[in-house]
Write a new protein. Structure first.
Length: 364
């Protein structure tokens, strides 16, 4: 077995001292739920477009000179609401032409127009780092001069983010998002910085994966106080962003792979009962995956201690991530828990066998 396995048990996001915030929140799905290990306790953004000052509130344009319109921070539930606000802010920035903006209910694209020719400076404007082009469906490039500018792509929502203030600079080497609602074209980016300023974060790493999990391993520990998960999924027809578990923290990589003989099997969760007459009935529940046995053989004392320390904070039933093969991380990383504490024993020559109990796939 040559797989590079990694154990991810220290989630900085769920630490008691960590303060979580988000670009927007649906009232029934607060960002505080990201501190709950249940995947079904999801944070969800408000439906529609959320404009955040210093994040996506600028429109640079050229109409007889370069100008900038600044959108007002807030959530705009419909494309029509946002379009009306865009008109008001363009008029505030340049009142001479007659501005108009609309959102199509069939193409789901924004159109900005006026009675005079203008150019949208999405690529060369002074505020490209905080422009709203992606949220409106435009690419990061200047448009040609015209009286009508139609967005390149359909847009159903804005970009979103969740942010963690760890309270002090702490090491992070991996980022994971599960129970998300991103479409195939949606992207997740892990960002880290010493201050709560995000125009040029010190760490920017895309997460790879699919509709089940997005994950990234950094090349080395990155020690910063502030971390952010940026979600760019404006083409998601659901109209909001959602994440069930966000992991940001270090990992332990055993120097040896786990031993041969392990396997993954479905474990039945059904409950069988009996009536007084002797007839039986069944409460049917989903099966859960089980990996057994998992163990590391032939380790030195130092190698043993590294694994034992990794599991020291994982009590029975506490969920964590286990990358069976970090090379194929998105398809080989599971959200699991232990059914009993881990143990070990030593053999001749100070070689150790670490015996992990059953790894059970976390439901919920």
């Amino acid at each position: 077995m040559a797989d590079v396995n990694r154990i991810l048990v220290t989630n900085r996001v769920q630490a008691p001292a960590t303060v979580l915030t988000a670009s927007s929140v649906l009232g029934s799905a607060p960002v505080s739920w990201l501190k709950d290990q249940l995947r079904s306790k999801t944070w969800r953004s408000a439906i529609g477009w959320t404009i955040v000052a210093g994040f996506n509130d600028k429109i640079d344009f050229n109409r007889s000179g370069v100008k900038v319109a600044t959108l007002t921070a807030g959530t705009y539930a419909t494309g029509a609401d946002l379009a009306a606000h865009i008109v008001a802010r363009l008029e505030a920035a340049d009142a001479t032409p007659v501005w108009a903006c609309s959102y199509s209910g069939s193409t789901f694209k924004f159109t900005i127009s006026s009675d005079l020719s203008f150019t949208l400076l999405w690529g060369s404007g002074a505020n490209t780092g905080t422009a709203c082009h992606k949220d409106l469906g435009w690419a990061a490039s200047d448009t040609g001069a015209s009286t009508s500018q139609v967005a390149t792509n359909a847009a159903y929502t804005s970009r979103h983010w969740v942010k963690a203030d760890l309270g002090s600079a702490l090491a992070v080497r991996a980022g994971i998002a599960v129970n998300h609602n991103a479409g195939a074209g949606g992207t997740f980016t892990l960002q880290g910085n010493a201050t709560d300023a995000w125009t040029a974060p010190s760490v920017t790493q895309a997460l790879a994966g699919d509709a089940s999990i997005r994950i990234a391993f950094l090349g080395a520990d990155q020690t910063y106080r502030y971390w952010r998960l940026l979600i760019d999924d404006c083409g998601n027809a659901l109209g909001y962003g959602e994440v069930g578990v966000w992991f940001a923290g270090p990992y332990t990589q055993p120097s040896a792979s786990f031993a041969e003989g392990w396997g993954k099997i479905p474990q039945a969760q059904n409950s069988v009962g009996f009536t007084k007459s002797g007839a039986h009935f069944v409460d049917v529940y989903p099966e859960r995956p089980v990996w057994t046995p998992i163990g590391w053989r032939g380790l030195t004392a130092a190698q043993r201690d590294a694994i034992m320390n990794a599991f020291a904070s994982v009590s029975t039933g506490v969920c964590f991530f286990f990358a069976f093969n970090a090379v194929d991380a998105p398809t080989a990383t599971e959200y699991v828990f232990l059914d009993q504490p881990i143990s070990f024993k030593n053999t001749a020559g100070m070689l150790y066998i670490v015996e992990a109990p059953t790894l059970l796939g976390a439901l919920g």
